[in-house]
Structure formats: structure tokens, C-alpha cells
Write a protein that binds this ligand. Structure first.
Ligand SMILES: C[S@@+](CC[C@H](N)C(=O)[O-])C[C@H]1O[C@@H](n2cnc3c(N)ncnc32)[C@H](O)[C@@H]1O
Length: 295
């Protein structure tokens, strides 16, 4: 099909206007990202770049913008999301990774800056695998275990591992942290080898608040990845009491939680042999991550 050379601005302008009228604050960026996908380019197109495009491609682009108009996030339309240093495949089974969770990676890097040997890392509630795979990118050749109750999300972690071409000794483990003795089952699978680093970003939204979330979260992130039970703390009450059993004596645990939950999460840790050693704030200055060591 014949292509015409044309400035990005003239292709996206009418679509940007439509999105703006509907109140989308990132209308221009959204349109650029959707157009980039249609053109099959690796990097986002610039507004004043000239591109070769066919009429068919313009129609496809407009179809994607319609999906955006209905409230679907760009990451969900494209099934991918940038996190830390890589682009991750996502789907309806995985949480759309959040920039705030990058604080977990930063915190690990600060605490394990002088590391020489291979690390054994657990990504507990792995979703797309964005945490464990980003750490593998930083600590090449490490041993990373991805644990999730969703088998389908573990398939996405495998896909992301292949896509990013990361090497290491990796395990994909389907396990429910609400099950009795889940720590023993995991240790058994790990041949009793404990972890240097445990990262976890469990579901922490109180069930009753889920309906109040923005459409982009409520309608597109899996409930399994969001719902933290009555007070949002169910996962912490299952994970934290057992986690000491999985950690090497000098290991550390990096836990993400929701706004205002730090006191409760610290307390659960303290009651179960863990010492809160540091808190980290997110991009909005909200305390978002706690780092525990063994007391
Ligand atoms: C908030 S998402 C985090 C995903 C990913 N780590 C990230 O930061 O983008 C929580 C993850 O925990 C998993 N999960 C929820 N309940 C679980 C359970 N009982 N046992 C194991 N994993 C669970 C969900 O399937 C989901 O992938």
C-alpha cells in the first residue's frame, strides 16, 4: 500500500483534540505512543517528525485512539509497559507495573551495592516479573525465584525472561501465600537454600475501596493483584510471619504497601522477628517501602 510522508503533528492533532475534550491529561503522549506502535518503531515518534504512513495505518491508529477514548490505558492497549530499564509484556493476568514500585529496585541497589557474588532473590507475587527481572538485569547471573498464585501470570514472566534475554538460574513457582506452611513448601522447592533478597509488592487495597479506584485501575488491573481484604493487610498477615524462615541471617526484605499502612506492616514484622531498618518514599513523597532485616 502506498505511503505518504507526513508530519506526526498533522496525524495526531484531531485525535489529541478528541482525547483532550474527554479530559485525558496525557492526550498528546498517548497518541504519539499509539502511533509509534502502528509504525512499528522502537522509540516514540516526535510531534514534529516526518513519517511515512499509509491510509490503512492511519485508520488503525484511529482505532487504537478509540480504545483509549473508552478509558483503556495505553499500556493495556499495547500490552506492554516500561519499568526500570526494560519494556515488559503485560496482559489481563498481570498488574500494570507502577513507577512507584521502582523504589523497591532502588532500595535493593542501595543495600546491596558492594555485592560481589551471585545473589539469591525471591520475587513474591511476581505479576509480570518486573521486580525480579529488573534485579536480574542489575545482578547478572543471579538466582531468581518468581512466586505467584496466578499460573497465567507466571507464563508472562517466562515470556518476559525470553524477551529480555536474561540469563540466571530462574524458577517459576505457583504457590499461594495464604496456604498452610507455604514457606515450607517453598523452601522444599529451593532445596532449603534461603534468600539474600526478598522483594514483594502484594495486593494492598482494602476490598471496599476497589470500587472507588480510577477506571484505569479498577477495570483493567486484575482484582487478585489489588484486593488486600477488609483492611488491605491480608497479604502481609500471611507473608510476614513466615518470611523470616526464608531469609539468610544477613538477608533483607523489601516490602511495598499502600498509603498510611507503614505502621501496621512494621508492627506485623516486629511481632514476627523482623526489624524495620528503613522507610522509602515514592515519587509523591508517600512512604511506600519498608526494609526489614532479621532482629
Ligand atoms: C500488586 S501485584 C504485584 C505484581 C508485580 N510484582 C509488580 O510489582 O508489578 C500482586 C501480585 O501478587 C499475586 N498474588 C495475589 N495473591 C496471592 C497469593 N495468595 N499468593 C501468591 N501470590 C499472590 C497476584 O497474582 C499479583 O501478581
Amino acid at each position: 500500500m502506498s505511503k505518504t510522508e507526513i508530519e506526526v503533528f498533522s496525524i495526531i492533532r484531531p485525535e489529541v483534540e478528541k482525547l483532550k475534550k474527554l479530559g485525558f491529561k496525557t492526550a498528546s503522549l498517548d497518541c504519539r505512543l499509539l502511533l509509534t506502535q502502528i509504525l512499528g518503531k522502537a522509540n516514540p515518534v516526535y510531534t514534529h517528525e516526518r513519517v511515512n504512513i499509509s491510509e490503512n495505518q492511519i485508520i488503525k491508529f484511529q482505532t487504537l485512539v478509540k480504545k483509549r477514548q473508552s478509558g483503556k490505558p495505553v499500556s493495556r492497549i499495547l500490552n506492554k509497559r516500561n519499568f526500570w530499564k526494560s519494556e515488559f509484556i503485560i496482559n489481563e493476568e498481570t498488574l500494570d507495573p507502577r513507577p512507584d514500585s521502582e523504589i523497591l529496585i532502588e532500595a535493593v541497589l542501595e543495600h546491596f551495592s558492594n555485592n560481589k557474588g551471585l545473589l539469591k532473590i525471591l520475587d513474591l507475587g511476581s505479576g509480570s516479573g518486573c521486580l525480579g527481572l529488573s534485579l536480574l538485569e542489575e545482578y547478572k547471573g543471579s538466582l531468581v525465584s518468581f512466586v505467584d498464585v496466578s499460573k497465567k501470570s507466571l507464563k508472562i514472566v517466562k515470556k518476559n525472561t525470553l524477551k529480555l534475554n536474561l540469563k540466571g538460574q530462574l524458577k517459576y513457582i505457583n504457590l499461594d501465600w495464604h496456604a498452610d506452611d507455604w514457606d515450607k513448601k517453598l523452601l522444599n522447592l529451593e532445596k532449603n537454600k534461603k534468600f539474600d533478597i526478598i522483594v514483594t509488592n502484594p495486593p494492598y487495597i482494602p476490598s471496599i475501596d476497589i470500587k472507588l479506584l480510577q477506571t484505569e485501575v479498577r477495570d483493567y488491573d486484575p482484582t487478585l493483584a489489588l484486593d488486600g481484604g477488609n483492611d488491605g493487610l491480608d497479604a502481609y498477615r500471611s507473608i510476614i510471619p513466615r518470611i523470616k524462615n526464608l531469609l539468610k541471617t544477613n538477608g533483607k526484605i523489601f516490602v511495598e504497601f499502600g498509603k498510611g499502612q507503614e505502621i501496621f506492616v512494621s508492627e506485623i514484622g516486629f511481632q514476627h522477628g523482623l526489624l524495620p531498618i528503613e522507610y522509602k518514599k515514592d515519587l509523591s513523597n508517600i512512604i511506600r517501602v519498608i526494609i526489614f532485616s532479621i532482629k
